[in-house]
Design a binder for this molecule. Structure first.
Ligand SMILES: Nc1nc2c(c(=O)[nH]1)N[C@H]1C(S)=C(S)[C@@H](COP(=O)(O)OP(=O)(O)OC[C@H]3O[C@@H](n4cnc5c(=O)[nH]c(N)nc54)[C@H](O)[C@@H]3O)O[C@H]1N2
Ligand SMILES: Nc1nc2c(c(=O)[nH]1)N[C@H]1C(S)=C(S)[C@@H](COP(=O)(O)OP(=O)(O)OC[C@H]3O[C@@H](n4cnc5c(=O)[nH]c(N)nc54)[C@H](O)[C@@H]3O)O[C@H]1N2
Ligand code: SF4
Ligand SMILES: [Mo]
Length: 684
């Protein structure tokens, strides 16, 4: 019998859960084969359970269409026609082309594009940040997921640091506000169920009746992008009914009187007219929130994808302040806890800002990819993509496709598969999967930082992200020594307070967090005033309202476009077997989820002469998409939804949900308004 051994790692996906896994391996060295991958029962958060995507992770690792060698494009961009070449050939071309771009147009003509396809430390920031600083490339603002939430909360609290989500265990009221826990954060659900068994009430606030809403004790369904009105009315009720924690407010906050005056005319009736939620429901929610203790607000990123996305989280952060909820374990706001982990990572070591040598390259917001590639001056002439599939994930994706189709743009894509984006590359480089490289994987849904041990050698000629950038640097003849640091040296240097050997031995460590689970019980907010700011001078300086304010989106039901495009389009994560765009192409994942469709309420469908299963055309000024209709009870009238994550090949007309979506930036905070998209639908 062949010898087997087990190797422990941590899931690297852009998912809050960062589960522990155990890989069973047969054989040694380059011949080693992973034969099984299962949840690690010892992991202190995931306790042995993975999810429907990653239970079949080895299908991904050993997929017949996995990229294992460098490719050079032979057909037109997007055609998918490539020839296999050697790494030497690929690097010679890369070195020559990148050096030529920099010589002619300067370093800023090079644009990095990445997200959190592998969210581990080395995979996201090892070598790449140093590399782009050293060549003086444009800086990429990675604000597509999360930073807007942090920026919004920080305008109130001075920080995005929230409470540990596992402390919902201590809560008696849990508001799941704009988060689809059972789909996107599934390992938190059992903890919520435990709290519930202990008497907690679970309220879901979401424009879509999600699988999480289905299981809630109460489901509140506001129109998308209108929650701020509801929050203002909740504050109105809390203040009017004197449910305020005056002692906490007096000691730790700034601007209560202005806030009270500001919300005085935000009656529940006024909010009801904006949100489509009964005034009585808003009143009862406000009273529950103030009186059932501890009350937790759990949120991730769902509501940041609106023009008023940052203001949503700024306003949300005022609620626990009014009621003194931060006093209690199981109170406050629980969002991404990535920032607790990030405090241990020395970003300067990873990024080496000194390598900029005084240059201040421009910043390009990833959400505006199409506009950047088509209109930005001086133009972007080379693009290096890794850890992301922009042509499926950015809003206004047809513009991005047009930009990536530019013949004078030199594009390198480092990928595991020939994605929609990779098809537009000049050179495709093969990437390892997470069981093929060591890394430290941080989490944003819990407080354990984990060690991921490579279980097998890289397949074919695949290389990790760090090795890819070392090779590109070498091909360009760069002599800066830090571009060639090895992986363990980088980790040791950027985690100065962590004993890496211990982390590797133990598998995970819990990052520092207040023992009593009450990070802001005693105030100490890092704002300019040192208090939690109901009134923000900083916002006023930015030309924004200094108090929490509801501004309906310009591409919304009250806007000018609504007469032509009367339906609000949501494009949510929906499929249990998908992780963003990362699994829809795999035979055991995509087909099992059926295929793309557009969901409509029965009345909206009937008004358009559409029955379940009929072909429909969904369109606006950005694009037109043909899809089968699915009549649903998940949406209110006036809404449509196209679950997101499918590639262009899965759509008969070669477009994707994001071909339709809005790339307007959030009014501040740098995010983007995917969910403020209007469309019309008609029979195809
Ligand atoms: N299975 C699965 N899990 C995933 C992912 C995946 O693709 N598949 N993706 C991962 C990633 S990258 C992330 S960032 C997380 C995201 O995790 P979540 O933030 O939980 O997920 P989203 O689906 O982005 O948004 C949550 C909900 O916000 C709602 N929403 C949108 N606009 C509004 C609004 O104006 N008001 C209110 N109240 N709700 C609104 C949407 O209808 C949606 O149901 O999930 C991660 N986990
Ligand atoms: N319409 C709509 N659009 C959205 C969202 C939505 O809800 N609706 N959600 C938004 C959110 S929250 C996010 S986070 C983004 C997600 O955007 P992306 O992060 O771009 O999404 P993924 O589809 O996960 O693509 C990651 C890619 O990285 C590759 N990859 C994985 N591991 C590695 C590695 O180690 N090295 C390299 N080189 N590549 C690797 C995978 O094969 C995959 O193709 O999408 C955003 N876009
Ligand atoms: S994708 Fe999320 S839920 Fe699934 S194994 Fe990875 S971390 Fe866990
Ligand atoms: Mo995300």
């Amino acid at each position: 019998m062949t010898e087997t051994r087990t190797v422990n790692g941590i899931c690297h996906h852009d998912c809050p859960d960062s589960c522990g896994w155990t890989v069973t391996v047969e054989g040694e060295g380059p011949a080693a084969v992973a034969v099984k991958l299962r949840g690690n029962p010892e992991h202190p958060y995931s306790y042995g359970e993975l999810c429907p995507k990653v239970n079949r992770f080895l299908d991904r690792v050993y997929a017949p269409d996995r990229l294992l060698h460098p490719l050079r494009r032979t057909g037109p961009k997007g055609s998918g026609e490539f020839e296999q070449i050697s790494w030497d050939e690929a690097l010679t071309e890369i070195g020559t082309r990148l050096n030529a771009v920099i010589a002619e147009h300067g370093g800023e003509a090079v644009m990095p594009f990445s997200d959190a396809g592998n969210q581990s430390i080395l995979a996201t920031q090892g070598i790449s940040n140093r590399f782009f600083h050293h060549i003086g490339a444009s800086h990429l603002l990675r604000n597509i997921c999360g930073p807007t939430v942090g920026a919004g909360m920080a305008m109130t609290n001075g920080t995005g640091l929230g409470a540990d989500p596992l402390d919902v265990e201590h809560s008696k009221l849990i508001l799941l506000w704009a988060t689809n826990t059972r789909l996107t954060n599934r390992h938190l659900w059992p903890v919520i169920e435990r709290a519930r068994a202990d008497g907690a009430k679970v309220v879901v606030i979401d424009p879509i009746r999600t699988i999480t809403a289905e299981e809630a004790d109460q489901f509140i369904q506001p129109l998308p992008g209108t929650d701020i009105a509801m929050m203002l009315a909740m504050m109105h009720v809390i203040i009017r009914d004197d449910l305020v924690d005056h002692a906490w407010v007096a000691e730790h906050t700034l601007g209560f009187d202005e806030l009270a005056a500001h919300v005085a005319d935000w009656t529940p009736e006024r909010a009801a007219a904006e949100c489509g939620v009964d005034a009585d429901v808003i009143k009862a929610l406000a009273r529950d929130y103030a009186t059932v203790r501890p009350a937790a607000i759990r949120t991730l990123i769902g509501a940041e994808h609106h023009e008023n996305g940052a203001m949503f989280y700024r306003t949300l952060a005022c609620l626990p302040a009014l009621t003194g909820s931060w006093r209690e374990r199981g109170g406050g706001i629980m969002r991404s806890v990535g920032s607790w982990q990030d405090r241990l990572v020395d970003d300067d070591v990873l990024s080496r800002p000194d390598l900029l040598a005084g240059r201040t390259p421009r910043t390009l917001n990833m959400s505006r990819l199409g506009e950047i590639l088509l209109d930005e001056q001086p133009p972007v002439m080379a693009m290096i993509v890794w850890n992301s599939n922009p042509l499926v994930i950015v809003p206004n994706a047809e513009r991005a496709r047009e930009g990536m189709a530019r013949d004078d743009l030199f594009t390198i894509v480092h990928e595991q598969f020939l994605t929609d984006t990779a098809k537009y590359a000049d050179i495709v480089l093969p990437a390892t999967t997470h069981i093929e490289a060591d890394d430290v994987t941080t989490a944003w849904g819990h407080l354990w930082m984990g060690w991921n041990e490579a279980a097998i050698a890289p397949l074919g000629e695949a290389v990790s992200n760090t090795e890819c950038f070392r090779r590109i640097a070498r091909a360009m003849g760069l002599t800066e020594s830090s571009l060639y640091d090895d992986d363990h040296t980088i980790l040791r240097d950027c985690l100065p307070t962590i004993d890496l050997d211990e982390l590797r031995r133990e598998g995970w460590i819990k990052v520092p967090y207040p023992e009593d689970g009450r990070p802001w019980a005693h105030g100490g907010f890092p704002t300019a005033s040192g208090r939690l700011e109901f009134v923000s001078e900083r916002l006023a300086e930015m030309g924004q309202p200094s108090l929490p304010t509801f501004v309906p989106p310009s591409e919304g039901p009250r806007g000018e476009l609504a007469s032509r495009y009367p339906l609000q389009l949501m494009t949510p994560k929906h499929h249990a077997r998908f992780l963003n765009s990362g699994y829809s192409h795999l035979p055991k994942h995509g087909p099992a989820e059926g295929g793309p469709f557009v969901e409509l309420d029965a009345a909206d469908a009937a008004a358009r002469g559409l029955a379940d299963g009929d072909g429909a055309r969904v369109f606006n000024d950005r694009a037109s998409l043909e899809l089968p209709v699915k009549i649903t009870q998940r949406l209110r009238p006036g809404l449509a939804s196209i679950p997101w994550g499918w590639w262009r090949d899965h759509h008969p007309d070669g477009k994707v949900a994001n071909s339709l979506t809005n790339d307007t930036l959030t009014e501040w905070g740098g995010g983007v308004a995917y969910s403020d998209t209007l469309v019309q639908i008609e029979p195809a």
